[in-house]
Write a protein that binds this ligand. Sequence first.
Ligand SMILES: [Zn+2]
Length: 170
Amino acid sequence: MQCALCQKDVPESDLIQLQGMQICGDCKATAVSRLTEGVAIDSAQAERETVIAVAKNQKGILWCIFAAICFLGLNFAVGLNRDTLMAVAGVLLIGRLALLCVQMFFVYRLATALKAAVPVLWALAMVLSLLLGIVGLVILLVLNSSATSYLREHGVRVGLMGAKLSDIPA
Ligand SMILES: [Zn+2]
């Protein structure tokens, strides 16, 4: 049988029932104190899932930021030379649209994980980056920094390429 809190496999005789959940001996004290505080016994489990979702989607956002900066640089370089403009414009546009889809996907997922007010609006706002690349970059950076503060508040270190997943307590 599995403990509802730590997910450890323990013999059924070692589990106690609390609010319909099977809790092992090690987790009993935590579960009882949560009960007396009036919070859900498995709130830590739900929180851990949120931390993992934020960490994973932030990694996606970081790649999107990297790609967005590359495209801004590329646009600038192409703008300098009119002859190359026509040749690369098509490729650039297709690449840009593909990137936009990936960006909208990760923006939606991270905004949802961070419990932002209207995740769809964040994703739709990314379309503005087609008109002005810097707008998309700002949205990505804002979401990235809220993800970083959320993760740090939960004791997870965040480096250049995102969170250390091994830091997330079991
Ligand atoms: Zn347990």
